[in-house]
Design a protein around this ligand. Sequence first.
Ligand SMILES: [Zn+2]
Length: 63
Amino acid sequence: MKASQPPRINPCPFCLSRKVQLQTSGKKLSPAFIQCMDCHARSRLYPDVSEAILAWNRTPGTS
Ligand SMILES: [Zn+2]
């Protein structure tokens, strides 16, 4: 069974860093969140990897 490719993660909406990482325990159906390695901003915890990434990509940055 092939793992589906997760969506692409946008750069950090706060500091525009591309050093953003998907944090997950690696288990199936494990909660996941996105964290910026530069400014340490992080998303909420989501029950699904794809949901975490999509929510991060929708996060409005500082304007
Ligand atoms: Zn950042």
